[in-house]
Design a protein around this ligand. Sequence first.
Ligand SMILES: NC(=O)c1ccc[n+]([C@@H]2O[C@H](COP(=O)([O-])OP(=O)(O)OC[C@H]3O[C@@H](n4cnc5c(N)ncnc54)[C@H](O)[C@@H]3O)[C@@H](O)[C@H]2O)c1
Ligand SMILES: [Zn+2]
Length: 349
Amino acid sequence: MQAIDIEGASRKSTVLVGERLQQLGRYLPAGRTVIITDENVLRFHGKEFPAFPVLRIGTGEGVKTLDTVRGLYQSLVALEADRSTFLVGIGGGIVCDVAGFTAATFMRGLRFGFVATTLLAQVDASVGGKNGVNLEGYKNLVGSFSQPEFVLCDLQFLRTLPEPEVVNGMAEIAKHAMIADAAMFAFIEANADRALALDPPVVERLVRDSVRIKGAVVDRDEHEAGERRMLNFGHTFGHALEKAGRFSHGEAVSIGMALAAAISVRRGRLSAAACDRILRLFKLLHLPCAASIDLRRLADAIRRDKKRAGDTIHYVLLDDIGKAAVEEIGIDELMRLASDFPDIIRNAS
Ligand SMILES: NC(=O)c1ccc[n+]([C@@H]2O[C@H](COP(=O)([O-])OP(=O)(O)OC[C@H]3O[C@@H](n4cnc5c(N)ncnc54)[C@H](O)[C@@H]3O)[C@@H](O)[C@H]2O)c1
Ligand SMILES: [Zn+2]
């Protein structure tokens, strides 16, 4: 087990990689605890939960709404929760986002922690203190910055994870290596099969490295004024592909990262050899590097990206494996660049 501290502006958060759910009680304050989870996690793992009241939400991006949050507020009122009640979200990124937002806002803020049960939640969603829900079709439009007191990453949960959820987590793990850690990248190259098989020592190292990388970036830039942007590597086109096509988040981000690597070569930042190495790693991890999509729809989706400042985008490139750089690029130019790589983004209009 390894504990990694993240120094948020509001409070310190400790991520416990390899800690077991059975040890949850060690991290809870005296007083009442209420668990928030989803139907699937409850079905697979409910029997292992400690004996606290459980509030259950549905599954899928469609439940990440203010209606769901309102339902949780009402349940908390019915349970006579007060300012001393501690909330624990046990689940994937959706449970963490919804539980974190509920905790940050109910009675102006309850103390809370997470048990992250998907690979994506362990390496990304549970770390960094951003919580939120979707509104009017916009992802994470309403939310808060509020750090969980702890995040437990119990690797045993991953054994029941469906295969597409492994892909989602692997894409973010590869992202962390590419933007910040060449040694981690080499470790994944050497252990890709074991990583895909969720071999515990390999996954433990990948989760730990990911949390350390994301945590360090968040430490330096909690509110995304600058450096935190590099976590968006692959996500400009990734989010747009997710919106305009039929891709999971991990698939879309992988294609977005492949394109960003190719564009980095074109702009004289990344060597062609390093780009080849990246594409080879994607193959080893079964991450896609190409999509067929209507480029006009893709451009529309990028224009609606809420992270956009005017007609330009803070686009994340690579100077090397393990070294990211951010450039402000016009959307029109970015779309021209994208259309220069038909092997990655093929226009299917
Ligand atoms: N706040 C952030 O910084 C941040 C960062 C990245 C992503 N996110 C958000 O995270 C969400 C995606 O998270 P996710 O990929 O974990 O999705 P998810 O929470 O929907 O979980 C994926 C699926 O796996 C099920 N599941 C969870 N744990 C399981 C287990 N141990 N065994 C079997 N099934 C299990 C869930 O019920 C769900 O059906 C998105 O809404 C995204 O916006 C937030
Ligand atoms: Zn992502």
